[in-house]
Design a protein around this ligand. Structure first.
Ligand code: ZN
Length: 100
């Protein structure tokens, strides 16, 4: 199963560009509009047969995507840790105060 087969299984996205709005980037193969070159580079690499230059851009965009995802996971883990610690401290404080 190639990249192209995988991308073909996605539903057709709703892409309507308002009359007075210029899309930042468009796919050179299927003219699909994108809000940024990052998304366009990812689309070209996944849905079409990219040239070596486009493949480089796709891989660079993929790296950025991975970094963003890592940062999101790191934030989620830190958030969970802080919530857990606060809950434990609050629980111990309530137990220690003799209210319950
Ligand atoms: Zn395209």
């Amino acid at each position: 199963m190639s990249h192209t087969d995988h991308a073909a299984s996605f539903p057709e996205p709703a892409t309507r560009v308002p009359e007075d709005d210029d899309p930042v980037a468009a796919c050179p193969y299927c003219d699909r509009p994108f809000q940024g070159e990052h998304a366009r580079d990812l689309h070209v690499g996944e849905a079409h047969d990219p040239t070596p230059e486009e493949r480089d851009r796709y891989e660079a965009a993929l790296d950025v995507e991975r970094d963003d995802l890592w940062l999101f996971h790191a934030r989620a883990v830190i958030g969970l840790g802080v919530t857990y610690t606060a809950t434990v401290i609050l629980y111990m404080a309530v137990l220690g105060s003799g209210i319950v």
